[in-house]
Design a protein around this ligand. Structure first.
Ligand code: FMN
Length: 379
């Protein structure tokens, strides 16, 4: 190629990129606190059940690095904060030294590709059974009400209601997990306050039936979540902390009678801790897998919150672009599409066809199938 052709070629690439970002707000840069993101397509947290014995495995190095891009944000699968945090097979943890060491090469691989990597820290609460608990004990929860047997195909044991004086230790588990995440090299943590797990169990009045300072009023039900945020932000710095909420959903029988008030209260209250981002699941995701019509909007939460607002749930490229363009979100997290398309941002840029996801392999334990074998675009 001659000099002129090279110049024209480079010019062409730049023009193509510029055109892509004009038509694709998802592909425009965004400054999230101290992180200069090159685009707004986030890998949503996705449980993959391939961390044998709760220890992240070497095959996760390939899985996450396949999805890493220069200055793109990835969130890990939900990662347990303690030995009582689990409710599903082969999910990772971050409470032991072994787990922290096992995360390190995974984080390094993402960083080598320039990615920004947050660890989602998690406790399932009552979404568990005695088989997952130390010494076969009952799972812990703000309540002793059990989930309807067989719901979502799981076996759920009747939980043990936490005593008020046990709650500080649980909050401390989140703090230590966040510290461990930083030790493992993560850029920050996302506190999992969504999808019917322990924080959501405290937040929502369908589950929380406590009579102490962690139950009853909206303020009291939000106390546990906010004390975790405070402890984690004090430990690692609010500029490295995000939280995920699913205010409008009722997964695992965890719904609220006034989700708008709950969402708005949380969005406002979080401002006190100067955290980096609020990640909210779209109200249309009332059903776990389907988009539905809903009168609700997350816009009031976005307006109330001072940091970055991430939206997730049922997005495709076009409505993701629209959400950014209309000011409904700063970033959009993609779950199933990113799971099946390791090069999702590139496919959006080129308007390429997408691989279809295979639901049957979402949660299997195979280290390759349905995990690292989704093909990249051939260009
Ligand atoms: C296989 C699978 C695993 C998931 N695991 C998690 C998880 O660990 N933590 C979480 O907050 N959400 C989890 N979710 C929810 C996703 O992050 C996301 O909110 C949901 O899939 C809707 O987004 P989508 O339509 O882009 O897939 C999971 C979803 C799927 C499909």
């Amino acid at each position: 190629m001659g000099v002129l052709e090279t110049i024209i070629f480079i010019f062409h690439i730049h023009i193509t990129r510029a055109m892509a970002s004009i038509t694709n707000p998802l592909l425009t840069p965004y400054k999230m606190g101290n992180f200069n993101l090159s685009h707004r397509v986030v890998l949503a947290p996705l449980t993959r059940n391939r961390s044998y014995g709760n220890v992240p495995q070497p095959h996760a190095i390939l899985y996450y690095s396949q999805r890493a891009t220069e200055c793109g944000l990835l969130v890990t699968e939900a990662t347990g904060v303690s030995d009582t945090a689990q409710g599903y097979v082969e999910t990772p943890g971050i409470w032991t030294k072994e787990q922290v060491e096992a995360w390190k090469p995974i984080v390094n691989a993402v960083h080598e590709k320039g990615g920004i990597f947050f660890c989602q820290i998690w406790h399932v609460g009552r979404v568990s059974n005695t088989g997952f608990q130390p010494n076969g004990e009952a799972p812990i929860s703000p309540t002793d009400k059990e989930i309807t047997p067989g719901l979502a195909g799981g076996e759920w044991s009747r939980p043990r209601r936490l005593k008020t004086d046990e709650i500080p230790a649980l909050i401390n588990d989140f703090r230590l997990a966040a510290r461990n995440a930083i030790e493992a090299g993560f850029d920050g943590v996302e506190i999992h306050g969504a999808n019917g797990y322990i924080i959501d169990q405290f937040l929502k009045d369908q589950v929380n039936d406590r009579t102490d300072q962690y139950g009853g009023s909206l303020e009291n039900r939000c106390r546990f979540a906010l004390e975790i945020v405070e402890a984690v932000a004090n430990e690692i710095g609010g500029d490295k902390v995000g939280i995920r909420l699913s205010t409008f959903a009722d997964y695992m029988e965890c719904g609220d009678s006034n989700p708008e008030a709950l969402g708005l209260y949380m969005a406002n209250a979080l401002n006190k801790y100067n955290i980096l981002y609020l990640h909210v699941i779209e109200p249309r995701m009332i059903q776990v897998w389907e988009n539905s019509e809903t009168p609700y909007s997350t816009l009031p939460m976005k307006k109330a919150f001072n940091g970055t607002f991430i939206s997730a749930g049922g997005y495709k490229k076009d409505d993701g672009n629209k959400a950014i363009a209309n000011g409904n979100a700063d970033l959009v997290a993609f779950g199933r599409l990113f799971l099946a398309n390791p090069d999702l941002p590139k496919r959006f840029e080129l308007d390429a066809i997408l691989n279809k996801y295979d639901r049957d392999t979402f949660y299997i334990q195979d280290p390759v199938v349905g995990y690292t074998d989704y093909p990249f675009l051939e260009v």
